[in-house]
Write a protein of this length. Structure first.
Length: 278
């Protein structure tokens, strides 16, 4: 099995991309600045909720950008530059190449989200501290409970960031499926289109079904069962309301991700088997 060596090499290559560090540093700076800006709220809990919501939203967008650019660099650019011939000339099967690339992307995104989880949690803590200082005269008792609240926020943040990571992994597997066959521009367009549609699967399928026609019913069924419902992995509102995501829900989300990721990677393997690279 040569999947792990290919994945490890992909991990090293993607972590050497300047765009990864630009996106990570840019998102951290953005969250740090936004956390110190006035949000013109009269309720301290609304201030903290909006900060956590902003952190998870920034993580999702950053991870999505890193996933597509890394997939394009690791697969499309390698195929177009013919460097894939060097890999396939060795005793490496095509399915091992595709699966190895996805494993490498998954490891790289895992490293990125682990770093972002730590940095974003620290920034949320900093924003909480400055917010509590502003409201100290109104809520003096909250300053004494800061670390208890900070521990709760840390527990919420890592669970929310984990679900963001799972969401980005589903998109990364889709990116692999298109990058092995489609041009770079098409891959990027489809990636963002599925990202948008994935958050409106249920209302879109319901709208098609209410049309009453056979085509609308069939279209609603296809939308519901083919496009991944990414909205089930979006828990920013729950985290903002101090709802701790249950472990059972996280387990179900992992199964959801594995099913769709396996399906998209399998499609990628089938598409790459028929592509002329030599």
């Amino acid at each position: 099995m040569r999947i792990l060596p290919i994945g490890t090499n992909t991990l090293r290559e993607t972590l050497h991309q300047p765009v990864v560090y630009v996106i990570v540093i840019g998102s951290v700076v953005l969250l740090a600045v936004a956390g110190q800006l006035p949000r013109f709220s009269l309720n301290i809990h609304d201030e903290i909720r909006s900060l956590k919501d902003l952190a998870l939203g920034t993580a999702l967008i950053s991870g999505m950008l890193i996933a597509i650019f890394s997939a394009v660099h690791a697969i499309t650019a390698e195929i177009q530059n013919w460097t894939v011939i060097t890999v396939l000339s060795k005793p490496v099967r095509r399915w091992e190449f595709v699966v190895g690339k996805f494993v490498g992307l998954a490891m790289m995104l895992g490293v990125v989200f682990a770093v972002l989880t730590v940095l974003y949690t620290l920034l949320v803590w900093l924003g909480m501290w400055t917010t509590l200082k502003e409201f100290e005269r109104v809520y003096p008792e909250l300053m004494d409970q800061y670390w208890q609240e900070a521990a709760v926020v840390a527990n919420q943040m890592w669970r929310g960031m984990l679900l963001c990571y799972l969401q980005v992994l589903v998109l990364a597997s889709l990116g692999v499926a298109f990058c092995v066959r489609a041009p770079m521009v098409v891959s990027v367009m489809v990636f963002f289109m599925v990202f948008v549609l994935g958050h409106f699967v249920r209302p879109l399928s319901e709208m098609l079904r209410r049309g009453g026609s056979v085509a609308g019913t069939a279209g609603g069924w296809l939308v519901r069962h083919i496009i991944p419902d990414l909205d089930v992995l979006n828990v920013s509102q729950e985290v903002g309301r101090n709802v701790v995501i249950e472990s059972r829900y996280i387990t179900q989300a992992v199964v959801f991700m594995l099913v769709y990721a396996a399906a998209f990677v399998m499609i990628a393997v089938l598409l790459f088997r028929r592509r002329e690279v030599i």
